[in-house]
Design a protein around this ligand. Structure first.
Ligand SMILES: NC(=O)c1ccc[n+]([C@@H]2O[C@H](COP(=O)([O-])OP(=O)(O)OC[C@H]3O[C@@H](n4cnc5c(N)ncnc54)[C@H](O)[C@@H]3O)[C@@H](O)[C@H]2O)c1
Length: 342
């Protein structure tokens, strides 16, 4: 049994606390938050107060502390799950690696690519397994796309477009020194997914807007690949709060088109096939996606890797650091108006 300890019980920590429930081979054992109320399992006033959320969790068997180092060094914990604001990832990740624990660390792996590389280097020497929580690589309908491109199921990709549009989240996100702006905190998801599916781009060209975080809070990027498809992604915190959050992709293959839309819950992923020869084109078809979300699926994968003693390969710390490097190139491109080589 892998005993899980979660550090940081804000929006994401509460999401993780809920998602760990029922993950085979694990149990929630300890939590740490510098806010004593949260460390004691009191989530009143936070969004996860929804039914079935963190509020309904029985805390009698979960140890709470306000000291993250106590959790990291506790014999009760085998896996440290880091869900604190981004600038604190580095020190906590290094301490957990040094303590010989398995680690799941929320994205971005660190505030800068340089810090993320320090983590990746330490993780390579660590006794435990280390996985950056790049949940999109596990997301139902997104892992399907990775397979379809890799296997060439529908021929080559001609074009791929990704969109992630929301409003500025409350709290520390408006401090760009901490969050890195929408380009790092939000758009990184798509940059990392592009990196996962199409490899490291040769260059990026981005336009954007420096917003309330004083970093790039709206970005539109074209990723360049040698002989590759046209790949673009847009990420933003510039939407009005009343506009529903958009998470979508549209990929045009030689033989089919695929479209994912979060705002179409009855059929988030649709596949439109071309007709073969003179035959009638097949009806558009929803693609069946696995149940759950990317958080549960990434946790189930990490738990399986721990049980089997396999190093996670769907996402590695070095890849997570390289994705931040791409985002930093995108920022440079926005600020200089030039294409930036990687
Ligand atoms: N994967 C995703 O889709 C996704 C979504 C949102 C946020 N995130 C990431 O998750 C991380 C946390 O974001 P959030 O939205 O949950 O933030 P949040 O502000 O809602 O919560 C942070 C929590 O950490 C606690 N905390 C702060 N510093 C601490 C420390 N040193 N030790 C222990 N506890 C500490 C705070 O008291 C708070 O309860 C960020 O890196 C963010 O980018 C990921």
């Amino acid at each position: 049994m892998t005993n899980v300890g979660i550090i940081g019980l804000g929006m994401m920590g509460q999401m993780h606390l809920t998602a760990w429930e029922g993950i085979a081979g694990t149990r929630r054992r300890m939590v740490a938050d510098t806010d004593p109320r949260r460390a004691a399992g009191d989530f009143s006033g936070s969004w996860a107060n929804m039914e079935g959320g963190a509020k309904s969790i029985d805390f009698t068997k979960i140890i709470g502390t306000t000291d993250p180092m106590e959790l990291i060094h506790s014999d009760e914990v085998d896996l440290v799950d880091i869900c604190v604001p981004t600038p604190f990832h580095l020190d906590l990740a290094l301490a957990a690696i040094k303590a010989g624990k398995h680690v799941l660390c929320e994205k971005p792996l660190a505030r800068t690519a340089k810090d993320a590389r320090i983590i990746a280097k330490a993780a390579a020497q660590g006794k435990g397994l280390f996985m950056p929580a790049m949940c999109l690589r596990f997301w139902p309908g997104w892992s399907w796309l990775k397979q379809a491109v890799e296997k060439g199921t529908y021929g080559k990709v001609i074009s791929a477009e990704f969109n992630r549009i929301g409003s500025l989240p409350p709290g520390w996100f408006s401090n760009g020194e901490w969050s890195g702006g929408a380009i790092l905190d939000l758009h990184l998801h798509d940059t990392d997914f592009v990196h996962y599916v199409f490899g490291m781009p040769e260059a990026v060209s981005s336009s954007g807007w420096v917003g309330p975080s004083d970093c790039v809070d709206h970005v539109h990027t074209q990723y360049f690949f040698a002989d590759g498809p046209v790949v673009t992604a847009e990420g933003s915190w510039a939407a009005a709060p009343s506009m529903p959050f958009e998470m979508s992709y549209r990929v045009l293959f030689e033989e089919a088109s695929a479209e994912f839309r979060l705002d179409r819950p009855e059929a988030p992923l649709m596949l439109y096939r071309r007709a073969k020869g003179n035959r009638k084109p097949p009806e558009p078809k929803p693609v069946k996606c696995p149940a759950g979300d990317g958080y549960k699926l990434e946790m189930a994968y990490l738990s399986k890797c721990i049980r089997k003693g396999i190093t996670p390969s769907i996402v590695t710390p070095t890849e997570a650091a390289d994705s931040i490097r791409i985002v930093e190139a995108e920022t440079k491109s926005v600020l200089t108006g030039r294409r930036v080589r990687l």
